[in-house]
Design a protein around this ligand. Sequence first.
Ligand SMILES: *Cc1c(COP(=O)(O)O)cnc(C)c1O
Length: 486
Amino acid sequence: MNKKLYGKLIFELSRKGRRGTAIPEGMDMAGLETIPGSLMRGDVPELPEVEDPTVVRHYTNLSTNNFGVDTGFYPLGSCTMKYNPKINEEMASLPSFATLHPLQPADTVQGALHLYWLLQSMLSEIGGMAEFTLNPYAGAHGELTGLMVIRAYHDSRGDMRRTKVIVPDSAHGTNPASAAVAGLSVLEVKSLPDGTVDVDALSALLDDTVAAVMMTNPNTLGIFERNIPEIARMVHAAGALLYYDGANLNPLIGKARPGDMGFDVMHVNLHKSFSTPHGGGGPGSGPVGVRAGLEHLLPYPRVVKNSDGTYGLVCSDDSLGRVSGTLGNFAVLQRALAYLLTLGRDGLSMVGPLATLNANYIKESLRDLYLLPIDGVCKHEFVFDGLRDKSGGVTTLHVAKRLLDYGFHAPTIYFPLLFHESLMIEPTETESIDTIDSFISAMREIAEDASSRPEFVKNAPYDTPMAHADDTEAALHPRVTFFDLK
Ligand SMILES: *Cc1c(COP(=O)(O)O)cnc(C)c1O
């Protein structure tokens, strides 16, 4: 396929009268007359007229223009794009689950409720929390739910002055956004040069108007926040609660528990740490866990195990209410449980160490060519501040584009906002040494080209179906039909 002619070759394939099916001459069309005339259309619909191979090639070619974890290495920092084992997909498509209706009575869906309860219990153990709800649909939705739990907690004590949430300057953008959606205002706390939160600055912000402090650990710089126990003491002494953004749980799974560090409420991203495929907007799942004493505030329905061993749905009055239609994105829960059971306790405790080893290996292999603003051992990810040699004018965006020619997805770029040329790399634990070594070679070659022939790097990519999309034009004047493709 000539990818330059993308629009023409892929889309303008219709030829008048072409067919992929044939209805045998004289076939009995009896029964058609039972459809009421008012429901029958009067004219023939304008559909593409194509034969079978053309349709198959059209969709197959489109699918190969996409990049996914199944096609290549995807070191997208903060996103934990780990490989998703195919057994999880098989489990998620079991007909006995796939054909259930979300509103079926509890006594007819005991198997599904057992699955929900098992996963909820396992996450409680992994997080060191008393109970989890699996109802929220994504990480940000989990944050919102967690903050609603925190509001409900303060309200239940008649403490109505707490309207602020403290968020570190390195936090993911969803943290302040969720606080705003929960009706709370945001205070930012600065990070120290070593990348961790400034405890003194945090202390100065704490008073009786603060509802919660949101922390990510390891933070988005991949640095482990060592002062959490001290921060937890300060936050609790001020009457506020400590929230854990668990989207970065991957390096801690089976090794350290947010509940033991002093966090009160947390969420995890099943579509990151627990292997559900994600990207392009979903589907996700952002379960929320709470410490003992806050369970009753979780959203309903809650799944409980009855004394006779059966499972039931509970909608208690003191709950904050409903945050989802029913029990969340159920197929995502199935994948996560399959993942947990496949790895088992021993396998899970290897996830963090391997993810950490891979990240540090890449960091140490590239630091002579890329600027490392925060030194030291990282956890599962780390951030470069662009190339060391910036004399040729090659930016982080150029490096990211050039990587596509090597068949690698670009790392996260220009986030976190603490540096001008952020390049955030997260390899995950599921990559082989060979894949990681070839990524390192590509990054080294790009850095050398950036010094010796910068224009070559700046004009990349050369081998992708689309070379330079105009992001601004696409955002301001999106063309949503293919007829306009030039
Ligand atoms: C991905 C991420 C989130 C948000 O999760 P979504 O499922 O994308 O809503 C929040 N915090 C951090 C640190 C993340 O990496």
